[in-house]
Design a protein around this ligand. Structure first.
Ligand code: SAM
Length: 187
């Protein structure tokens, strides 16, 4: 067995908590990898609400979902994740995934930002059901990445342990800022 990298481990964790028919969020749609993965987990009777600020991300994700016949349960929102509650209201969710940073193959200057990321995490915590999980994969090697990583880690490490279990997962002997996974489970 090979110890999974952060991105792969995010799917290992999501697989454990997401059931068919659930409502879930992809807070950073990008090229749609997580959106498609979540759509498979929730099946035709669940809902995946996916957010991105770039039209390119919506187009890529749409094509990807059509190709894999996964469109039925997915709604793509061309808006920032800081508007999650304005968009889906107090809909209860079993999971949310965030992949922070820039769109692979896209404009590296369009990145997730500390204030909006923290706002979105707090909104997800409000609608997260008990046993549910928010998984964050923090890429922070790019300009602007470190302050966001620090803010997310600081926020997550201060969550009350009677209400949440918080995991930090990272290879510690790798060069080039290997991504950090943070998982927050509501107790
Ligand atoms: N999970 C994606 C995938 O499977 O390809 C990769 C996500 S990429 C690392 C980060 C994405 O976050 C980019 O597509 C970027 O446009 C998006 N983003 C940046 N700010 C955002 C915001 N406020 N709300 C939602 N998405 C945002």
């Amino acid at each position: 067995m090979k110890i999974p990298a952060a991105l792969k481990y995010s799917h290992v964790l999501l697989k454990q908590v997401v059931q068919r028919g659930d409502n879930v969020i992809d807070a950073t749609m990008g090229n749609g990898n997580d959106t498609a993965f979540l759509a498979k987990l929730v099946g035709d009777h669940g809902n995946v609400y996916a957010f991105d600020i770039q039209d390119q991300a919506l187009q890529k994700t749409k094509q990807r979902l059509i190709k894999s016949n996964l469109t039925k349960s997915v709604t793509l929102y061309h808006t920032g994740h800081q508007h999650i509650l304005d968009t889906i209201g107090m809909t209860s969710i079993s999971a949310a995934i965030f992949n922070l940073g820039y769109l692979p193959g896209g404009n590296k200057k369009i990145i997730t930002r500390p204030t909006t990321t923290l706002s979105a995490i707090k909104q997800c915590l409000m609608i997260l059901q008990k046993g549910g999980m928010i998984v964050l994969v923090l890429y922070y090697g790019h300009p602007g990445g470190k302050p966001e990583k620090n803010d997310v880690l600081q926020f997550a490490s201060k969550l009350n342990q009677k209400q949440y279990t918080v995991l930090k997962y990272q290879f510690i002997n790798q060069v080039n800022d290997p991504p950090i996974l943070v998982a927050i489970q509501k107790l």
